[in-house]
Design a protein around this ligand. Structure first.
Ligand code: SF4
Ligand code: SF4
Length: 379
């Protein structure tokens, strides 16, 4: 079976699966030249384990439209246009509500306690605007998005020919019936957050007893409903010693993917800039990733490693909307460049793109110079 990544009359890129991993191949008269031009893009996939294989499509990652699909074609177009200097927010996270039953110590939302929400018509307007701009992944986020009445209507609103939809959840409230209703609405991937493989520790970080059990149930219910399930772990100095246990948990539950991010000093964690992962912690993570690739179990998406190649996504590939309607370069940079209640998203995107800070190689929120210059503006 061949999975077509890209095809024009002179050049094609496709993958074959060998021993459960992708082998990238090219063909066509322009192949010798194009292979060199696109070497870096193609090598990202080569030798990688996909999140899932279906009869006629390859799910490389829960973060990416299936291959082939019209959404994936749009993503390829976006990659090509970014090579020519025009960036598109491929991924847009919409924090539809601030409501959340949990109280995590590292929550990216500031403690406003105002429980802001975006009205459904505002969310639909944002979706229209970003799909028009070329976005291929719309993520409903919170707060806890499951508390938002009419979440399924919003998911249904996203045209699956243009973008996939995802949802980030703590798992609280994701019953069997709710998982089925999200699947029926067209949800593509479900991302459930875990801070620890141990119940007590997870509940401590989440600020409430019972969240671990809910997260486990959410993964099971999502899988039973036929959703693609991603387990999302924000790595910190605390849980970096639990990497093997987290992998075992994800594998035992049958998740399709296990994604790792790195703790960012923002929101409730804003004053903890000195408590980020150390180089030693990162070496531990790198060694875990290379070993886990050989294991039976979910695909690993090691975002800190990927970013070493791609650079920081803020304002370059990613745009975030807060429950107040503020438009941010990423969910962790609390600097509003505009607001959906008065600005068009594409104008705000242009404003962000005109700021040279948003072509960064490393995380801006962990960069002392950026923090000094930009966060001061918020004081
Ligand atoms: S991190 Fe997520 S689950 Fe935790 S308090 Fe914040 S919004 Fe709620
Ligand atoms: S600033 Fe960049 S690396 Fe840091 S959280 Fe935002 S997108 Fe991620």
């Amino acid at each position: 079976m061949q999975y077509e990544f890209y095809k024009n009359p002179l050049f094609r890129v496709y993958a074959e699966i060998e021993d459960g991993c992708l082998t990238m191949k090219t063909g066509g008269a322009a192949s010798p030249l194009m292979k060199k031009v696109l070497k870096a893009n193609i090598s990202i996939f080569d030798g990688e384990k996909p999140a899932n294989l279906e009869a006629d499509r390859l799910i490389y990652s829960t973060w990416m439209p299936p291959i082939p699909s019209t959404g994936f074609d749009r993503l390829v177009k976006s990659q090509l246009s970014s090579m020519l200097g025009k960036n598109i927010p491929d991924q847009v996270t919409i924090s539809i509500t601030e409501d959340c039953p949990n109280n995590c110590i590292h929550c990216a939302l500031p403690d406003t306690k105002n429980r802001a929400k975006l009205a459904p018509e505002t969310v639909r307007d944002i979706v229209d605007q970003v799909l028009e701009m070329g976005t291929t992944f719309v993520i409903f986020d919170g707060g806890e998005p499951l508390t938002y009445p009419g979440l399924e209507d919003l998911i249904r609103y996203v045209d699956p020919e243009k973008a996939i939809t995802g949802m980030f959840t703590s798992g609280v409230g994701l019953t069997e019936e709710r998982a089925q209703s999200l699947k029926a609405a067209g949800l593509y991937s479900l991302t459930v957050s875990f801070d620890s493989a141990y119940e007590e520790k997870h509940d401590y970080v989440r600020g409430r007893i019972g969240v671990f059990k809910s997260a486990v149930e959410a993964v099971k219910n999502g899988l039973a409903a036929g959703l693609l399930v991603n387990i999302y772990v924000v790595l910190s100095r605390d849980n970096v010693n639990e990497l093997d246990e987290l992998y075992t948990l994800a594998a035992d539950l049958g998740a399709h993917e296990l994604s790792f991010y790195e703790i960012v000093p923002t929101g409730r964690w804003m004053d903890h800039a000195s408590e980020i992962m150390t180089p030693k912690d990162m070496r531990k993570f790198d060694s875990f990733v290379s070993q886990a690739r050989e294991k039976e179990g979910p695909r690993i998406f090691p975002i800190p490693q990927v970013m070493r190649t791609t650079g920081c996504m803020a304002g370059r590939k990613w745009l975030h909307i807060t429950p107040e309607g503020n438009i941010l370069p990423c969910a962790c940079i609390p600097i509003p460049y505009g607001n959906v209640h008065r600005d068009r998203v594409k104008d705000v995107w242009k404003k962000i793109r005109n700021d040279p800070a948003y072509n960064a190689k490393c995380c801006l929120m962990r960069n002392p110079e950026f923090r000094e210059k930009y966060l001061k503006l918020l004081e």
